[in-house]
Design a protein around this ligand. Structure first.
Ligand SMILES: [Zn+2]
Length: 304
């Protein structure tokens, strides 16, 4: 099951606490179907839990009954559920109960339906159940609402940005004739899911994000360490070459006394770190002391 479906199922297991919220959620579900007029109220979903939730809300909050018709798309074998309100009388009752007139050219969100914050939350939950999706957190952090009308989408955008004081910053884009309101980023999407009531999904997302960050940090550190090892190895190789050159050209005895012993030890121990080399000297020396002398050896060779 997709992360989206899983999230919606979790939301459908929540019972709205108050009647006002039940009505607001019912309103959100049917309004964002885009077909919300006296001549037809309907929406489609691939999620059985959402279809049943909508029918239950319609009955309990608005006193109208909904029809659910399931059909299987032949290719892919996906089941789609069409939820509709049959009968003009029923539709009129639902619409007027939600402060909509019988004939409206532009479908807008009627804010009279949620004067308190609890109802706004329920309404947005309904909108998400109807037209929302959320990306699997192992692939990315996006939440989207695909809305059929521009004005409805910008109303939704405005409501999301004031939802629960979360400071969400939704954006709006026209994608192939649909108006997509979206949120990007792990924190924002997790905040939205938790606000709508999907605590488990929000937690799963944050865990996936944490894991990913940990893995990235590990990789970065590994890369850093590998780079350092390469640097050490190439420095040692350069020093060995320099020592060979001195030995072949003038003999190691030509080196000043304080460099001679170190040159011998370095040549015999190409894998040792500077600190280890320092401890092998008859008079042990610090890392920076060893480094300084090795540089002088290399410079000596370069002058030959
Ligand atoms: Zn309420």
């Amino acid at each position: 099951m997709s992360f989206s479906s899983q999230t919606k199922q979790e939301l459908c297991r929540q019972e709205p606490e108050r009647d006002c919220c039940r009505k607001a959620e019912c309103y959100g579900i049917f309004l964002f179907g885009g077909n919300f007029s006296v001549s037809g109220v309907s929406f489609q979903t691939e999620n059985a839990a959402v279809a049943h939730r909508a029918a239950q809300e319609a009955a309990e909050a608005a006193g109208v009954y909904a029809e659910i018709v399931s059909s299987i798309v032949r290719r892919g074998g996906k089941t789609t559920y069409s939820v509709s309100i049959p009968g003009e009388d029923q539709r009129r009752r639902l619409l007027h109960g939600c402060f909509h007139r019988s004939a409206e050219v532009n479908l807008r969100v009627r804010e009279e339906n949620f004067r308190s914050d609890c109802c706004l939350q329920a309404f947005l939950r309904g909108a998400f159940l109807c037209c929302g999706t959320v990306t699997d957190p192992t692939k990315g952090y996006d939440a989207e609402f695909s809305v059929p009308y521009m004005r409805l989408a910008s109303d939704l955008c405005a409501l999301l940005s004031r939802a629960g004081g979360l400071g969400l910053q939704p954006a709006l884009v026209n994608r192939q004739g649909r108006f997509v309101v979206y949120l990007r980023g792990g924190e924002a999407v997790a905040d939205l899911l938790a606000y709508l009531g999907a605590q488990n999904a929000a937690m799963e997302l944050m865990q996936a994000k944490m894991l990913k960050e940990m893995r990235n940090n590990l990789n970065r550190r590994n890369n850093f360490e590998t780079a350092n090892i390469d640097k050490t190895a190439s420095a040692a190789a350069r020093q060995r070459l320099a020592i060979e050159r001195i030995r072949d050209a003038v003999g190691l005895d030509a080196l000043p006394e304080d460099l001679r012993e170190l040159a011998q030890i370095r040549y015999e121990n190409p894998d040792l770190s500077l600190r280890e080399l320092g401890s092998l000297l008859p008079q042990p020396m610090s890392r920076s002391g060893v480094n300084h002398r090795l540089q002088r050896i290399v410079e000596f060779a370069e002058r030959l």
